[in-house]
Design a protein around this ligand. Structure first.
Ligand code: FAD
Length: 328
């Protein structure tokens, strides 16, 4: 079966733990609109409010498939996989786009296995070629650009959050109910959710527009406050290198890189970070990279758009003061 010419692109609309449409939905629907006609899949518990379907149409979905599944409220991912598999059968799309979140990766992998489809993970963009949809990846810390595609079946693609700027035009809601037979597969049950970092009042690292990150160069947990001060001035999320996490300056949830969060913000400020390849793997696709490091040969300067060779404790307070002045 080849789906190369099929125009409709199936998109999984991810929801937050509170049931709202996740920020990734605008990007995934925007990416789908660039290569075809977005068909959004919204998975809810039976009788849940229809608000997410309306949001999906506002974000540009030409059709919204509403799948009611008893496992949607508490089951870990099985409802999404059951619904995605049913939607693939019903739509026969040109491709399936899913956010590259922890849950999205799970769902994408599982549906690819269930339907025998190829999976392309952590794409930073998608386009169309002669054989169908092509996924674009930035790998090895951004050192190589790689394209992947398949000649049979729709490609299942997970899209990196923050990597796609395109947004689709709003559309009127065209709602269709999708019949889904629960597979009855076993799932862990979620009894409660407590968002990490909500207490700080800062944006979440994943999906943030701006990130200020600190490394071992900050020297101590107390001195890491310099990073937080600049982040708050810019309305940015706080990130860190693994060395800063290992040294106990901040919790692991802040780590950016190969074994941490992969971010693609508009602005990434790296303070006292050398720029090891494992760190770059998590931030290299940021639109603008600013680095402050006292070593002029630090590898971070190879990828920085703006670099300051200097001591963070001299440079950052001046930067914060100037930003405050400009704000008045
Ligand atoms: P360093 O390399 O020690 O650099 C500190 C920098 O601060 C130096 O460049 C120094 O010049 C500068 N500096 C010092 N004082 C100042 C000052 N006062 N003002 C300005 N600059 C100053 N790393 C990650 O970050 N994320 C990952 O996900 C990750 N995963 C890994 C996975 C594996 C399998 C392995 C092997 C490693 C991984 N690492 C990861 C670790 C990575 O290799 C580096 O060790 C780490 O990124 C270094 O962190 P750093 O830049 O903060 O520290």
């Amino acid at each position: 079966m080849t789906n190369a010419g099929r125009d409709e692109i199936l998109v999984l609309v991810e929801r937050t733990a509170q049931g709202d449409v996740a920020a990734s939905a605008a990007e995934v629907i925007g990416a789908a609109a660039g290569i075809g006609t977005p068909v959004a899949l919204v998975v809810t518990a039976p009788g849940a409010p229809g608000e997410p379907a309306r949001v999906a149409a506002e974000l540009g979905a030409a059709r919204v498939l509403l799948a009611e599944h008893p496992g949607a409220a508490t089951g870990l991912g099985v409802a999404e996989v059951d619904a995605l598999a049913a939607a693939v059968d019903a739509v026969r799309p040109g491709a399936v786009l899913v956010p590259h979140s922890v849950d999205g990766r799970d769902a994408a992998g599982a549906v690819a296995v269930r339907r025998g489809l190829a999976l392309a993970v952590d794409a930073v963009g998608v386009s169309r070629g002669a054989d169908g949809v092509i996924a674009h990846h930035s790998v090895y810390g951004g050192a190589y650009d790689v394209d992947s595609t398949v000649t049979t079946g729709p490609l299942v693609v997970t899209l990196r959050h923050g990597a796609v700027d395109a947004r689709a035009e709003p559309r009127p809601l065209v709602l269709e109910r999708l019949e889904v037979t629960p597979s009855g597969r076993r799932a862990a049950r979620v009894d409660g959710v407590e968002p990490v970092g909500a207490a700080s009042g800062r944006p979440a690292l994943q999906g943030a527009d701006r990130v200020v990150a600190g490394g071992r160069g900050l020297g101590s947990k107390e001195q890491f406050a310099v990073v937080e001060e600049l982040a708050d001035e810019l309305g940015a999320a706080v990130g860190a290198s693994r060395a800063a996490v290992d040294a106990g300056y901040v919790p692991h949830a802040y780590q950016v890189g190969q074994t941490g969060a992969v971010v693609a913000p508009q602005l990434y400020v790296a303070l006292g970070i050398s720029g090891a390849v494992q760190h770059r793997a998590g931030m290299q696709t940021a639109r603008t990279i600013v680095a402050v490091n006292k070593d002029p040969d630090a590898p971070i300067f190879d990828i920085a758009d703006f670099g300051v060779v200097g001591d963070v404790f001299t440079v950052v307070p001046q930067l914060v003061a100037r930003l405050r002045e400009r704000r008045g």
